[in-house]
Design a binder for this molecule. Structure first.
Ligand SMILES: CCCCCCCC/C=C\CCCCCCCC(=O)N[C@@H](CO)[C@H](O)/C=C/CCCCCCCCCCCCC
Ligand SMILES: [Ca+2]
Ligand SMILES: [Zn+2]
Length: 272
């Protein structure tokens, strides 16, 4: 029988043009980048907790919101597969799953006041996002090494959009969440860039774990950033539910996971 390792072409080990700083096969003959693979455990811890915490908000606003953290579980699985094999298929699954999480986030949360003038409502906007994402999925095969950079540009657009939404906001809890999200993202992207471009330095000091640390930080940044975006959305779309921010497991803890509580539950579900 043909083992995965010996499969030809795009499935084969190290068929991806991308190779992260961590030494290959250092801890196992079957796992190319051991720490980068194992660090994905954070997806499988944070995603179920966020699914649970965001349920009251999703039930009130739109159950499709759960797709964001459900898809994040797939991002984690594909990331495990990618770092375990460094195969081309692994790379594409890892990157394309991130693209589709972003697409779901944009469809659900992009503020309707910023929709292009030819877009009537959120359903039409979601269709537009679907077409653009499907086209980008196909185009991603043209120059696969550019995909990760293109994905990181979305983070810049999200930051810009959130800044626009926060203009004039004086709520200290919201501003604290915004700064925490931004700080986590800056730390995460610094690790990603440093692993990519400063590998010779990290190899000299025998510390090649920055991409794994990026995995941990970007998942937490996504939990913080997506809750902030969801809160801003809830304030506009379901203000009658009186959304507020809290932290799990203890509201007083500085390092908890943020989520939305609805202080008033309504029977009528508002759809977009
Ligand atoms: C109005 C818009 C709402 C958008 C909602 C936000 C949805 C979050 C989207 C994506 C989650 C990011 C998951 C990262 C997975 C990491 C896997 C990985 O490491 N892949 C690498 C290869 O192993 C690959 O090189 C990485 C590519 C870059 C990915 C860039 C992702 C953009 C992250 C956006 C984070 C938002 C933070 C918000 C802060 C205010
Ligand atoms: Ca490597
Ligand atoms: Zn990775």
């Amino acid at each position: 029988m043909l083992s995965f390792e010996k499969m030809p072409g795009v499935f084969s080990y190290e068929s991806s043009a991308v190779d992260w700083c961590e030494d290959n096969y250092k801890h196992s003959d079957n796992v190319v980048e051991y720490f980068n693979t194992m660090s994905n455990f954070v997806f499988f811890v944070v995603a179920p907790i966020m699914l649970y915490l965001m349920h009251p908000y999703a039930r009130e606003r739109n159950l499709a919101i759960h797709l964001v953290w459900l898809m994040m579980i797939f991002v984690g699985l594909f990331s495990v597969y990618f770092h375990m094999t460094l195969s081309f298929v692994g790379q594409m699954l890892d990157e394309l799953s991130i693209l589709w999480v972003l697409a779901i986030g944009y469809s659900l949360w992009f503020p309707r006041k910023h929709f292009p003038s030819f877009v009537r409502d959120r359903t039409s906007f979601s269709r537009l996002v679907l077409v653009i994402t499907a086209t980008s999925t196909v185009s991603s095969f043209i120059k696969p090494t550019a995909n990760a950079y293109a994905l990181n540009c979305f983070a810049l657009h999200i930051l810009y959009s959130v800044c626009m939404e926060l203009k004039g906001c004086t709520d200290q809890r919201v501003l604290r969440l915004a700064w925490a999200s931004f700080g986590l993202w800056v730390l995460a992207i610094s690790c990603w860039i440093s692993d990519r471009f400063g590998c010779s330095f990290w190899q000299k000091i025998n510390f090649c774990y920055l991409h794994g640390i990026w995995h941990i930080l970007i998942v937490v940044a996504t939990a913080y950033g997506s809750t902030l975006i969801a809160y801003l959305d809830a304030s506009v779309e379901i203000p009658h539910s009186l959304p507020d921010l809290q932290y799990w497991p203890q509201d007083s803890w500085a390092l908890g996971l943020p989520y939305i509580v609805l202080k008033s539950h309504t029977k009528t579900r508002k759809r977009c």
